[in-house]
Design a protein around this ligand. Sequence first.
Ligand SMILES: CC(C)(COP(=O)(O)OP(=O)(O)OC[C@H]1O[C@@H](n2cnc3c(N)ncnc32)[C@H](O)[C@@H]1OP(=O)(O)O)[C@@H](O)C(=O)NCCC(=O)NCCS
Length: 147
Amino acid sequence: MMVRYRLMRSQDVPGVFKVDQACFLHNWTQDSYHAEIKNCLSNYIVAEADGEIIGFGGFWQVIDEAHITNIAVLEAYRQIGVGQSIMNAMLALAQEKGCVGMTLEVRGDNQPALNFYLKNKFTREGRRKDYYGLGMDAIIMWRYGLE
Ligand SMILES: CC(C)(COP(=O)(O)OP(=O)(O)OC[C@H]1O[C@@H](n2cnc3c(N)ncnc32)[C@H](O)[C@@H]1OP(=O)(O)O)[C@@H](O)C(=O)NCCC(=O)NCCS
């Protein structure tokens, strides 16, 4: 399977929305992804295979920090390196734009995602209680240095 990694365009929004709906409990709207394309702080990478969006990831650049908003891969395409390639593309883009660190929140019980970020040199730096609803805390993670 040939996978292309590139910046998100407005034509990608329906595909990105489909991935969002398949992968997250708290979903964004199509309009919010359209707004991301217009937002000059936003940077989104999509993974495309045979014309289908199979994954995506994005971050907001806040001064010299990259705040990850979402990263997801359709279940059928997980654990074959697609998420890692999206992360690599985001790290390269963030570095190119002058970012020196990257941060995110992840649900404390999302073990695949926690492993994914730990493998990518993120460390646990804090906790936001009930961030995703009662009893669902967020772990705040940081990666210092993007090289
Ligand atoms: C997190 C996610 C994006 C990873 O995507 P992926 O394409 O499966 O990841 P990769 O195949 O590139 O895996 C890279 C590393 O992540 C870790 N990882 C990925 N899936 C894992 C799993 N199910 N269990 C444990 N570790 C896992 C491993 O360390 C893996 O490295 P390895 O293959 O050398 O062991 C994917 O699981 C996903 O979409 N999850 C649902 C959405 C989500 O929770 N997003 C994060 C929100 S903060």
